[in-house]
Design a protein around this ligand. Sequence first.
Ligand SMILES: Cc1ncc(COP(=O)(O)O)c(C=O)c1O
Length: 453
Amino acid sequence: MTTERSTFLLDETQIPTQWYNVVPDLPEPPPPPLHPGTHEPVGPDDLAPLFPMALIEQEVSTEQYVDIPGGVLDVYRIWRPSPLVRARRLERLLDTPAKIFFKYEGVSPAGSHKPNTAVPQAWYNHQEGVTRLTTETGAGQWGTSLAFATAQYGMDCEVWQVRSSYDQKPARRTMMEIYGATLHASPSELTEAGRTILAEHPDSPGSLGIAISEAVEAALQRDDTRYALGSVLNHVLLHQTVIGEEALLQMQQAEATPDVIVGCTGGGSNFGGLSFPFIREKLAGRMDPVIRCVEPAAAPSLTRGEYRYDFGDAIGMTPLMKMHTLGHGFIPDPIHAGGLRYHGMAPLVSHVYELGLAEAESIGQLECFEAALMFARTQGIVPAPEPTHAIAAAIREARRCKETGESKTILTALCGHGHLDMASYESYLTGRMQDLDFPEEQLTAALAAVPTL
Ligand SMILES: Cc1ncc(COP(=O)(O)O)c(C=O)c1O
């Protein structure tokens, strides 16, 4: 019989009742979003056609904590608190003195961390009388999450799914339809933005930036409709802090303090959600973990992009945000981690990175899938393609520990399972998956199109 404890669970009563806002704790505030026409900071009225007022207030909030409404907690209780697991079997395979912990968000109905923000976004819209939400989805995880969340409050949901993902992941489409959502492959003929892209690139694989343009345009056309974004914005990262707050309690249970925190970054929401409460602890001097973003080599916004004002979408309809960007026109290769194929990084994650509170590395998809197989064959869970980047980074760190003999404590978020990503695994297992060269010329061209302020 083994007495080693591996899973750290919280009681339902320990679901956080407040989200944590890192902004007031940072040594300087993040630069504000700017109006694309005037280049002045955007005000609530500029955002009101897209978002409900409660979310706009959260977007600019300088309060350290925001209460989670009861109507949101009721839905969180379906799957929260989520487990924290010590990956002892993976540690043994790696023969490392490191301790690897992962916070598992794949237990949510959609199979990822995305419902942590989809539910409050749907709830606040519903409270303000909105009956229909539009959105984009890359991996399909976010679209599924919003479809699930809108179903909780009897709202309609319309999703523009990036073409490459729409073709690769028919099961995600079906899942969104089960929850009652309407799906379109993006670029689509339904919007001006989609038609513009298709006229130039009839075979466009799409991108998150293009799908955002379409969903935003569709939301602006009707009074009963607003838009919901699955990552990037401050209020999204705020909602995701339930991950880190729970993980802090669970690490205490495990009597462990992280030396290294790694998280995959597409738009930055699971990373921010996990790491911001730990950044609070770090800034308060209670611990000192190294905090590392892990991005795909095909969309390396932090490690190869520039820190400057750019649009959040491909066409240039959103406010300008100061962020690490590859250029809003950059279309990353159709790698399997569809949720990481975004040209920008959350302004708040970019800011934290600029302040030196986080570092970054990029990893190619072959190393990620190799790591995923090691993880699945030891811990049993098949990861979504996005968090395979976090696992690969955790394995790199654990291997370094083996070389140096250090027994560091590594914490990561396994932010989703890959049950609907079998085509990606099949491509890896049959040797068809490749690491693609990063197109430097395309990056230079895309950065040249970023507005100069
Ligand atoms: C499972 C999963 N992980 C990660 C991401 C990347 O988003 P973020 O960086 O906001 O966590 C996505 C996005 O779709 C996703 O579906």
